[in-house]
Design a binder for this molecule. Sequence first.
Ligand code: HEC
Ligand code: HEC
Length: 216
Amino acid sequence: MRNRQVLLSTVFAAACGLAACGQNNDDAGSASRTGALEVNGLQTPAAFADIADTQERAAALFTEMAKVIQHPRCANCHPKSGGPTQGDDMHPHNPPVVRGEAGLGATGMECTTCHGEANVEFASMEGSIPGASPWHLPPESMGWQNSTPSEICAQIKDPERNGGKSLEDIVKHNGEDHLVNWAWNPGEGRTPAPGDQETFGALTAAWVEAGAACPG
Ligand code: HEC
Ligand code: HEC
């Protein structure tokens, strides 16, 4: 009970201590307060509350989270090998770039050579160059392009592959991390991930609370 309260207060802190909280979606905060079942195409934890079996509920919650995790805005930065991909069709990055040391790109051609701290609209045509600091790739062990929700679930929980994170760390990462946040603020010419970060963070917390079982 105590742990549960600690976890819940962490989630509330995550939801409303965030700079981006309510910025891009004024309805989001009120949606969780009013018990809305869906926000921008992503179901909220309330939609799963009546699944009595916790294992079944956790699996269903993760399947919903996977709508975000597998979205091109996330998956373009989470390749299993090689460099990043671009666009909704996840084509190879153009110009070609390499992962380099610590995912930062090649020496002299780091990701941050082109990607700044914020999105920048192209001057001469439609579109923009993404930005958030520092823009870089995660290690290959955190790659999940073309993986199934079940495979990604096992991977995300595995400290050997997730950078030594606990389940609470994952809740915080999904609810607060600024690279994760970019997926809902992707700049001119890009489709945002479904839902919003608050709902995604709340789904992650509910999944952990239900025991973090994976879909079959
Ligand atoms: C700009 C590239 C970038 C984008 C976009 C991005 N990530 Fe990541 N992600 C990273 C990096 C770098 C790390 C490793 C840093 C760390 O562990 O804190 C990481 C780590 C993670 C982790 C922890 C590792 C694990 O296997 O558990 C999760 C979960 C995650 N990202 C989810 C997402 C989700 C969900 C989205 C989209 C909503 C997203 N990321 C978008 C770069 C990105
Ligand atoms: C030479 C400049 C340049 C370098 C270096 C560079 N990028 Fe890019 N990147 C771009 C441009 C320009 C775009 C936007 C392309 C478009 O949308 O037409 C882009 C788009 C992306 C996208 C696509 C986002 C999406 O969802 O569509 C990702 C992911 C990305 N870059 C990751 C990286 C990473 C990681 C590195 C370093 C390993 C890197 N980039 C290095 C110029 C660069």
